[in-house]
Design a protein around this ligand. Sequence first.
Ligand SMILES: C[S@@+](CC[C@H](N)C(=O)[O-])C[C@H]1O[C@@H](n2cnc3c(N)ncnc32)[C@H](O)[C@@H]1O
Length: 259
Amino acid sequence: MTEAAAAVAWRLGADRVESARDRQHAATLGLTPINDVPALGFYIERDDDGLVLRHAADPAGTGLRCALADTTELADRQAGGRRSPLARAFGLHRHAPMRVLDTTAGLARDAATLASLGCDVTAIERQPALYALIEDATQRIHATPEQRPVWWSHWQWPVHADAADWLSADAGQKAFDAIYIDPMFASPRRKSAPQKALAWLAELAGTDEDAPALLEIARAHARRRVVVKQHARAEPMAPPDLQIRGRAIRFDIYLTPRA
Ligand SMILES: C[S@@+](CC[C@H](N)C(=O)[O-])C[C@H]1O[C@@H](n2cnc3c(N)ncnc32)[C@H](O)[C@@H]1O
């Protein structure tokens, strides 16, 4: 139930051995297979480093990749360690790593950071092109044992679903210590232009108006806490038990009765 989510095509490279498999997979995910760079909008395509998200307005640009495929960015994020606002929001500066469900995976930057800090992370994404990027990066690392990062055993296979539906179905099987929600919101009075990744995600996935409903479901399922990332000046979705403040963002923490 996103508002203004954009459609995405999958540009198949005629000269790539993966093309037949990719065509099938595009159909499974509901992405339109195309051969040429489209006149407008987003598309994904495969190069030697895996799937990349591109925009028709910038076909020669670097595009965007899943964080699992961008080891430099991931190393920077990991360097923040257990004292970073994200890690503290999960209590990792005090407690042992936990089993985390990231219900809003996006490019999997936060999910991969949490896995690199030792949490067992399952990432869910409902936007099909973004899910394709995460799944492809997972598959590529899985297929090359010598390139797996040391924390790879903490990365669980990603899920393509709406997290609220997925959590509600067969809930007894899904035990997570912490559930993470990083919804896409219209930013309150932004002074500077958003960075490319954020601007593209906003255009691609739309705003997540259903996040308050997801929070309710998450609070009913998390064993210990639900962590919600918000813009620093945004109203909390519900009164939180704890808050961790970063420079531009804030984490609202909801402790569950079982905490
Ligand atoms: C702001 S982005 C998350 C960025 C992410 N934390 C990262 O590190 O890259 C929000 C993402 O959550 C996804 N999303 C929002 N609500 C969802 C839901 N109920 N189930 C699955 N995915 C959801 C959107 O499609 C979008 O890709």
